[in-house]
Design a protein around this ligand. Structure first.
Ligand SMILES: Cc1cc2nc3c(=O)[nH]c(=O)nc-3n(C[C@H](O)[C@H](O)[C@H](O)COP(=O)(O)OP(=O)(O)OC[C@H]3O[C@@H](n4cnc5c(N)ncnc54)[C@H](O)[C@@H]3O)c2cc1C
Length: 389
């Protein structure tokens, strides 16, 4: 058993760390993304060129489509390092190439020309629409229906909290095509042109994170049958695969990177700040916050690496991915909270990145699987596997 990262990956980790330290952390005072707004062009273009030169381009895209073709462990290590700065939008997009949702890799050859390649060239944007007013944690309860009518489907329903819908050309919409089967083969993924008659951007939902996802209404929208991604009835399982990777990297590795920087900041400040004639670093109350944060962070990081490594070996990691998301999301929230506490009033100000992380991290205990739902699923799976005989 070897707990060390492979040599090549350690080198890459150092490269990304130095990119973050030299290029991005100095930007933090000038630029901090809020919501959906993109990075200003004057910063974006030079950073994109530097990222390309370092091979940090289209990190999530397979090599056959011109991407970096990286395994999940490598992408987790990169994400961890990139998350040490708040100068990047929370999803790291833009600086490292266009955002490509993995569902698009299931396009057939003809669809690749229409959907995948334009997204890869940065000419088209897509959003992902699964959640509904009455179906969030339980997407199988969705009401959006797609009824076949010759060579197209008629789409009706409402989707809520859809990130980036306002600037998307297409929405990847999950809809029921067989009400009897639902999650077991009755939900299909459609590429829906946002300019189609009957697509209404009804309202935005501004959040504490600064973004404002959309509510979209579909009223008798005609969607060509040629816009079905994957097979009819395969939508739910496609989305689950994608969401699982997101739990490991986005909700696992990313909080680990945030917690690492929050802990580093906590220690630096504890040395520098003197109260009642002694540095905070001398106080046991502060030392315990440092020690608890370091222990929790270490355990969470090992969990992410192990889960990603097993995923790359083709092992089933569903339960591990639940553990990763719950552990990392909660751990990072606690570490950032402690770091704010040690920084005192300064920790609450927008001069430091801590308040931004505090708000962003709150959301990942809810989105793409609330922690209670993942605990419930984990316990259910474990108990099912170990029924009394
Ligand atoms: C900023 C933002 C961006 C989003 N972007 C997108 C997007 O781009 N596309 C998309 O499709 N969706 C998106 N979502 C939706 C998001 O994934 C859902 O909000 C999330 O899945 C939770 O669903 P819900 O809000 O309906 O909560 P509900 O399902 O109503 O759950 C509410 C709470 O009840 C508890 N709970 C629920 N079920 C159980 C259970 N079985 N056991 C115990 N407790 C339970 C949990 O504490 C949960 O937080 C976004 C949401 C936000 C806030």
């Amino acid at each position: 058993m070897d707990f060390d990262l492979p040599e090549g990956l350690k080198m890459l980790k150092r490269t990304v760390r130095s990119f973050v330290d030299k290029e991005l952390i100095p930007l933090e005072r000038e630029y901090r993304p809020e919501g959906d707004e993109g990075m200003p062009e004057k910063h974006l273009k030079p950073l994109q060129e530097k990222a390309k030169a370092l091979g940090l381009w289209m990190l999530d895209v397979p090599q056959e489509y011109g991407g970096a073709g990286l395994d999940l462990l490598t992408r987790c290590v990169i994400s961890e390092e990139l998350s040490r700065t708040v100068a990047l939008p929370f999803r790291h997009i833009e600086v490292f190439g266009p955002e490509v949702r993995p569902v698009l890799f299931y396009c057939n050859e003809e669809q690749k020309e229409r959907f995948l390649f334009p997204v890869l060239r940065g000419e088209m944007r897509a959003c992902f629409a699964q959640t509904e007013p009455d179906a969030g944690s339980d997407p199988a309860a969705m009401r959006t229906m797609a009824i076949r009518d010759g060579d197209h489907f008629l789409l009706n329903g409402t989707k809520r909290f859809i990130t980036g819908a306002g600037r998307a050309d297409y929405a990847q919409v999950m809809a029921v095509t067989d009400p009897e089967k639902r999650a077991r083969g009755g939900i299909t993924c459609f590429m829906v042109d946002m300019k189609s008659p009957g697509v209404v951007l009804e309202r935005q939902w501004p959040t504490m994170m600064g973004d404002a996802p959309w509510q979209i209404v579909f009223e008798d929208v005609k969607v060509p049958a040629a816009n079905v991604i994957g097979k009819i009835g395969e939508g739910f399982s496609l989305a689950q695969k994608w969401i699982e990777e997101g739990r490991i990297r986005g909700h696992g590795a990313r909080p680990v990177g945030i917690a690492q920087r929050a802990l580093d900041m906590m220690i630096d400040y504890a040395h520098a700040r003197v109260t009642f004639g002694r540095p905070l670093a001398d106080r046991q109350a502060v030392q315990f916050m440092v020690a608890d944060s370091a222990m929790e962070l270490h355990a969470a990081r090992l969990m992410v690496y192990e889960c990603a490594w097993r995923h790359d070996r083709g092992e089933e990691v569903r339960n591990l991915a639940y553990m990763v998301k719950v552990t990392c999301a909660e751990m990072a929230g606690r570490v950032v909270d402690r770091s704010i506490q040690v920084h005192g009033g300064v920790g609450l100000t927008k001069d430091l990145p801590l308040e931004w992380w505090y708000r962003q991290l709150r959301s990942i205990r809810i989105t793409e699987g609330a922690t209670e739902v993942l605990r419930w699923r984990l316990a259910r799976n474990l108990m099912k596997a170990q029924r009394p005989s």
